[in-house]
Design a protein around this ligand. Structure first.
Ligand SMILES: NC(=O)c1ccc[n+]([C@@H]2O[C@H](COP(=O)([O-])OP(=O)(O)OC[C@H]3O[C@@H](n4cnc5c(N)ncnc54)[C@H](OP(=O)(O)O)[C@@H]3O)[C@@H](O)[C@H]2O)c1
Length: 326
């Protein structure tokens, strides 16, 4: 088969479409013929040599895919050859075939085409696990998501609205904020021109945000705590603003606040399967009912994954960038 390889870490040109051996499904795994994958910000780090795949996993990038099951490994039940699926991956999605633990497979939701289904696994699993399973966002609470027009942000806005939360977003342009508003965001903050802490306070009668989903890490650590409400929960999922920050513990104590930080890829198989099962139970009906939809900026040939990386690097997109085979 062909896959996007990274012979040497570097810029987008480091991604090389090359012939590689076919993967073989082991116990509890299936082989998926990949129809599409999607670009995630973590793929950019992997390409630069900063986010290597866990030992034993595929060396190729790609944290999600959609396609058809081509073969079942030993001990797999509930799935058949030919089933159309999408899947959360530890890597290897930028390829013609990938091996997936059966617990990370999802059926393609009714009403969603197979290529577009690749836009769903990472964002639904990341948002559901962090915002709902960990931070327990409840109806009527205020939720702030940074980078509202990102792949993660566009899904977070829709899911938070679907459960009845008030949603605030940050984004870098008016066009992106307008799109967030179309998805239902109530409080729009241009992070280049406005102070999000002040804006959150002003729009919540001084109370703050009950849950914050953060992509910035160090750069926003103290300001996120400042923007939290009493009993607020800050869920960190990204480090776009660095890894070492300073935290005012007195402020956190005063707010009885909680800070969590997770990556999905590193979680044990059983935990990922539990997240996938929860997403199938809670998020799939919202998609099939037309309340939540995948937001796709564009779809590019898989062999031109480098262009997909450039788009993410320039932040020229809204929602997901897909990579399709043929
Ligand atoms: N931990 C996990 O398990 C996990 C899983 C998936 C994703 N993530 C993380 O989630 C984040 C979003 O991922 P993605 O794939 O959806 O990426 P993406 O589409 O490339 O989005 C990146 C976002 O960062 C925003 N941003 C840049 N500077 C900002 C600032 N100073 N303040 C607020 N927002 C700013 C951008 O906003 P503008 O375009 O408006 O500038 C853009 O919306 C990434 O950090 C990624 O690593 C984590």
């Amino acid at each position: 088969m062909y896959a996007i390889t990274i012979p040497e870490p570097g810029g987008p040109e480091a991604l090389v479409w090359a012939e590689v051996p076919d993967p073989v499904p082991g116990e509890g795994e299936v082989l998926v013929e990949v129809v599409s994958s999607a670009v995630n910000r973590a793929d950019l780090l992997q390409r630069q040599g900063f986010y290597n795949p866990p030992p034993g996993s595929s060396p190729y990038p790609g944290l999600e895919c959609a396609g058809r099951i081509a073969a079942l490994g030993p001990g797999v039940g509930g799935w058949s050859v030919g089933d159309e699926v999408c899947a959360l991956l530890v890597g290897g999605g930028y390829a013609e075939k990938v091996v997936v633990p059966a617990g990370q497979l999802l059926p393609v939701p009714r009403g969603i085409d197979l290529v577009t289904a690749a836009a769903l696994p990472e964002v639904t699993c990341t948002v559901w696990s962090n915002v709902f399973m960990i931070a327990h966002l409840r109806p009527g609470e205020t939720f702030l998501v940074h980078g509202g027009s990102s792949g993660i942000g566009t899904m977070a806005i829709q899911l938070a609205k679907a459960v009845g939360a008030k949603v605030a977003v940050t984004a870098g342009t008016k066009e992106k904020l307008d799109f967030c508003a179309e998805l239902g965001a109530d409080i729009l903050i241009n992070y280049r021109e406005q102070d999000f802490v002040e804006e959150i306070r002003e729009n919540t009668a001084g109370a703050g945000a009950d849950v914050i989903l953060d992509n910035m890490g160090a750069k926003y650590l103290n300001r996120n705590v400042d923007a939290l409400a009493v009993n607020g929960r800050l869920a960190i999922i990204g480090m776009q603003g660095g890894v070492k920050g300073e935290l005012n513990i007195a402020t956190l104590l005063g707010k009885r606040g909680a800070i969590t930080a997770t990556t999905l890829r590193a979680r044990p198989l059983a935990e990922k399967a539990a997240v996938v099962a929860a997403v199938r139970e809670h998020v799939w009906p919202l998609i099939e009912g037309g309340h939540v939809r995948p937001i796709v900026d564009r779809s590019l040939p898989m062999s031109d994954a480098a262009q997909g990386h450039r788009v993410l690097e320039e932040s020229g997109h809204i929602g997901k960038v897909l990579l399709r085979n043929a």
